[in-house]
Write a protein that binds this ligand. Structure first.
Ligand code: NAD
Ligand code: WQD
Length: 343
């Protein structure tokens, strides 16, 4: 059985990816310092898969502690590196914390991969590396613009660091996955998005408002030049996203890569407006959502969505779920976690 080290394995995308990896026959070891998660997610993973994953509660900025994990697992087939701080607004307030955490942890992971001879890396990148893209849909060739936040800059820098690392390590192969807007939860409602930091992304804000954790949700602007005036994004279901990681790892293990460093966009290729997302939520769940239209949010791009042809052609990956599936599973998860807290 192939063993993979998942960093940030207790986080939102990491935990869903662990489920997909186990479903596809991988053994998983997680390292997560729980700075934005809880290891109780491992119970949910065990309930879904029947496998208990071990998490090392280690800060990847600690090189010695990170080395020990690699030492204990000399048989790793690869690393999927999710661990990072990801709140865009917070990164504007605390840029050094973001650079320190996201860059140091990546450098330590690369250092250990070189030292312990682990050659396959999947890296969580983001559509935010494109900045205010000048063409839509965005392909992997679309020219990157200035990063809109220190967070986005850590992703641009991370990509460059991996590229430079690849040049001097001929046996190393990396896949950079640029996610668009991940949302939704595992269909079982046993795991989902459960950050320690206050949610600010659209879908958790919607479900929290619907269940009464917030008085209402605000649509940030309806006077943009889009079909209904609200911003357009490409929302990708977290389980489709998870499966792309498994496929990317299988692609590297099978030696199918065309270059030592490959980049793939992961979205569904369709733009959905904020008002359409709100409508989808109400239609799919039958719930009322208290919402109002407010001011534009500073820094928001008007519209961005992906062309994912490259991932389809080279990884054999296809998203299977849409915004309705996202709302359905996110709502089931919101209800489940709210009930768990109440009981
Ligand atoms: P998350 O916060 O739920 O998960 C990240 C995990 O990494 C957390 O559990 C956190 O405790 C852990 N972590 C952070 N710094 C660490 C460190 N120094 N050492 C050990 N563990 C550490 O976030 P997520 O949404 O699952 O995102 C996963 C990755 O995907 C991140 O790299 C993020 O930047 C990227 N990404 C996320 C989105 C999104 O909208 N969720 C979009 C594009 C890219
Ligand atoms: C989506 C849309 C908001 C909340 C962020 C990061 C990006 C990537 C994905 C990590 C926008 C609108 C939102 C609300 C709203 N993450 N909205 N009311 O900003 O597209 O992308 O997550 O890499 O880097 O920037 O995602 O979910 O915050 O917003 O109207 O209460 O929903 O204006 O149009 P965003 P989001």
């Amino acid at each position: 059985m192939r063993k993979v080290l998942v960093t940030g394995g207790c986080g939102y995308i990491g935990s869903h990816t662990i489920v997909d990896l186990i479903d596809n026959g991988f053994e998983v070891v997680s390292v997560d310092n729980l700075s934005n998660s809880s290891d109780s997610v491992l119970d949910g993973i065990a309930e879904i898969t029947g496998k208990r994953v071990h998490n090392y509660p280690v800060d990847l900025c600690d090189l010695d502690a990170t080395r020990k994990i690699f030492e204990e697992h000399p048989d790793l087939s690869g690393v999927i590196h999710f661990a990072a701080l990801k709140a865009v607004g917070e990164s504007v307030e605390q840029p050094i914390r973001y650079f320190r955490n996201n860059i140091n942890s990546l450098i330590n992971v690369l250092d250990c991969m070189a030292q312990y001879g682990v050659h396959h890396l999947i890296f969580s990148s983001s559509c935010s590396v494109y900045g205010n893209a000048k063409e839509l849909p965005v392909t992997e060739q679309t020219e990157m613009q200035e990063a809109e936040s220190p967070y986005a800059r850590t992703k641009q820098m991370g990509e460059q660091i991996i590229a430079d690392f690849s040049r001097i390590h001929p046996r190393h192969n990396s896949v950079l996955l640029r996610y668009f807007n991940p949302a939704g939860a595992h269909e079982s409602a046993k795991i989902g998005e459960s950050p320690i930091n206050k949610a600010s992304n659209l879908v958790p804000v919607i479900t929290e408002a619907a269940i009464g954790k917030r008085p209402e949700m605000t649509v940030f602007g309806d006077d943009y030049d889009t079909r209904d005036g609200s911003c357009v994004r490409d929302y990708i279901h977290v389980m489709d996203l998870a499966n792309a990681h498994t496929k990317a790892l299988q692609h590297l293990i099978a030696g199918e890569q065309k270059a030592p460093l490959e980049i793939f966009n992961l979205g569904i290729g369709e733009g959905v407006t904020v008002l359409e997302a709100v409508e989808a939520f109400m239609k799919v769940t039958g719930q009322k959502l208290p919402y109002r239209v407010g001011d534009r949010r500073p820094g928001d791009v008007v519209a961005i969505y992906a062309n994912y042809d490259k991932a389809a052609n080279e990884l054999g990956w296809q998203p299977e779920r849409d915004i309705n599936d996202i709302m359905k599973t996110a709502w089931a998860w919101e209800k489940a976690r709210t009930e768990a807290v109440a009981s």
